[in-house]
Write a protein of this length. Structure first.
Length: 497
């Protein structure tokens, strides 16, 4: 099988113990091409039985996979990396088809996931422990990192490749076996990613895929033979998964929602700052957990900043990414999302928030489009300030100083990203040190870390201790054994030499 935009299955298959099969459930979720509003496939909303089968297969594969030497596991990852490179465009197009991203954004989604595989190729080095000879008289100490067992991953719709790839390549590189439940809205990219991993030589049962929603998630979080859960999605589900999983004795890392700020000082370089603002606020139609959704121009620059942003918004090309390659912004994921965002804009207008550009959809459009939307003179008491909208809606505020801006930002419940645009190192340092969030940008519109660093959300943007990516990812998917050995004179000669 090779799932591409020209070969989309009617029903999305699951991967259990190395074989592709369709769940026997009779409930399905429609998978759309959001740019056209057309149904392209259906996701089976699987049951606890699907999870049982997947866990059994993963458990069966664990002894041999966990005993496979790390350099041999890395051999498969190197082959996987090469196949991902060969199929990079196919995968990017599949992302654009089922998610509605532009091709450039879809390639970015793939690139970031690809980098995790590259990082995981170094697993032999990454999972090395520590040692100290002669920690006491004739005693040496060392630590060994061992895999946990069967791990599970649950991912959101907005990054069909990158977010699942924060999870399964690292977990598998560390010697675990894995059950992945992708978003029921974008299940196809994951199918193709798994097909290529099989082609790279991954033994059967090491990666399993199940499809569905709450029933699958609940079964994974409570399953006695699952050791760890990685989750990414909205904060209320992240919190739910964290508490359910930990209550059932699992290690859990759960990324949640966000409200990210772009703070512009009068000394910022105007052109690159404008490009970064546009990419951050309207890239992926605002459906990024690192999207800048609050724009603050400090002091006297507020009006000119608004005029520049409005000019760029008015020339932003919104369209169907696969039909027109020069599309700069695609649709939102589905009709529900389109309605939800529209309602948020309706309510904000009703509450007196000043609307500068209105992207509320024209009902004649078949695709799930919301145009770029701008509010100004927003204050911290307004709902558009504190709630994640997850659409192409930017809210402008006008703080008098960095201190006032930081005070407002630190009152938010979330803690993913914040960026300052300035040419002053001192201002950047002041901002970086005083802001209470986990990922900070200086003149970078989307300060999402690459695979070498942790994706470091704080507050309601993350529940758990060890984040995804980087060394924290290796730590999450392994546990340490400490070995103390005493070899003194009394043992000499015992074996006859
Ligand atoms: P979502 O929370 O609706 O879904 C995420 C996953 O949870 C899906 O696999 C879904 O099937 C499952 N799920 C949905 N409802 C459930 C329920 N009631 N019980 C159990 N499981 C359930 O999120 P989404 O709409 O797919 O994704 C968007 C959200 O993800 C945004 O809030 C965004 O900020 C967040 N996100 C966060 C990060 C991060 O790293 N912090 C990254 C990407 C996206």
């Amino acid at each position: 099988m090779n799932t591409t935009i020209d070969n989309v299955p009617d029903l999305v298959p699951s991967l259990i113990g190395g074989s592709w099969k369709v769940s026997s459930t009779d409930t399905h979720n429609k998978v759309y091409n959001p740019a056209k509003g057309e149904v392209i496939s259906k996701t089976p909303m699987g049951t606890a039985k699907d999870v049982e089968d997947a866990v059994e297969a993963a458990e069966k594969a664990f002894p041999s996979w966990s005993e496979t030497p790390a350099p041999k596991r890395a051999d498969i990852l190197y082959r996987y990396r090469a196949l991902l490179e060969t199929h990079f465009e196919d995968l990017s197009k599949l992302i654009a088809l089922e998610n509605g991203k532009t091709l450039a954004e879809a390639r970015g989604d793939m690139r970031r996931g690809f980098e995790v595989v590259e990082f995981a190729c170094g697993i032999a080095h990454l999972s090395k422990g520590e040692s100290l000879g002669q920690i006491a008289e004739n005693i040496d100490g060392l630590t060994i990192r061992e895999p946990l067992g069967v791990c599970a991953g649950i991912s959101p719709f907005n990054f069909p490749a990158m977010v699942p790839m924060w999870m399964f390549p690292m977990a598998i590189a560390c010697g675990n076996t894995f059950v992945l439940k992708p978003s029921e809205k974008v299940p196809l990219t994951v199918v193709h990613l798994a097909e290529l991993f099989q082609e790279a030589g991954l033994p059967e049962g090491v990666l399993n895929i199940v499809h569905g929603g709450k029933e699958i998630v609940d079964t994974l979080c409570t399953h006695p033979r699952i050791a760890a859960i990685s989750f990414v999605g909205s904060s209320h589900i992240a919190k739910y998964v964290y508490s359910l999983g930990t209550k059932h004795g699992k290690r859990v890392q759960a990324g949640g929602a966000a409200k990210n700020v772009l703070l512009v000082l009068p000394d910022a370089e105007p052109d690159s700052t404008l490009r970064a603002i546009m990419g951050s606020a309207f890239g992926c139609a605002g459906q990024r957990c690192m999207a800048g959704s609050l724009l603050m121009g400090v002091g006297e620059i507020a009006d000119s900043l608004r005029d520049n942003v409005v000019g760029a918004m008015d020339s932003l090309k919104v369209g169907n990414p696969l039909a027109e390659e020069d599309t700069e912004m695609g649709p939102v994921i589905d009709g529900n999302s389109q309605k939800r965002i529209t309602k948020i804009i309706d309510k904000a207008v009703k509450d007196g928030t000043k609307l500068v550009r209105d992207g509320r959809p024209n009902t004649k459009d078949k695709g799930f489009f919301v145009g770029p939307t701008l509010f100004e003179q927003v204050t911290p008491s307004m709902s558009v300030f504190s709630k994640e909208i997850f659409g192409p809606v930017l809210s402008m505020l006008n703080p008098k100083s960095i201190e006032e801006a930081v005070g407002w930002l630190n009152s938010l419940n979330y803690g993913n990203g914040a960026t300052i645009f300035t040419s002053s190192g001192a201002s950047a340092r002041q901002f970086t040190r005083s802001i209470k969030c986990g990922m900070v940008g200086v003149n970078v519109g989307v300060p999402a870390p690459m695979s070498l660093f942790p994706f470091s959300g704080w507050n309601d943007s993350f529940y758990g201790d060890l984040h995804m990516q980087g060394i924290e990812g290796v730590m999450f998917y392994t546990r340490q054994k400490v070995v103390l050995s005493r070899w003194d004179n009394t043992y000499q000669g015992k074996s006859g030499w």
